[in-house]
Write a new protein. Sequence first.
Length: 94
Amino acid sequence: MSTGPGSQPRLRCLPMGREGLLVELADAADVPRLYTELQHRAPDGIVDIVPAARTVLVTGPGVRALADELPHWRLSEELDAQAEYVELPVVYDG
């Protein structure tokens, strides 16, 4: 279950190379909330923010400091109004 509005998400930060941080979230519902929050609050120098099913990959200088801050962030329930649904058709043909 989502941690609720204004609450701290349950997460784990894992280093990915020299300038990457993979944030694993306990609840998939927190992924879009964290993604939106990162778009607004991420420190300067962040190159990419890539959401997935239960993770968010953040790359760029300064991600190590972000790893220390993220567990203390409170996430809003508001999502980015500009977000759009993307579907990628896939065919597995052996």
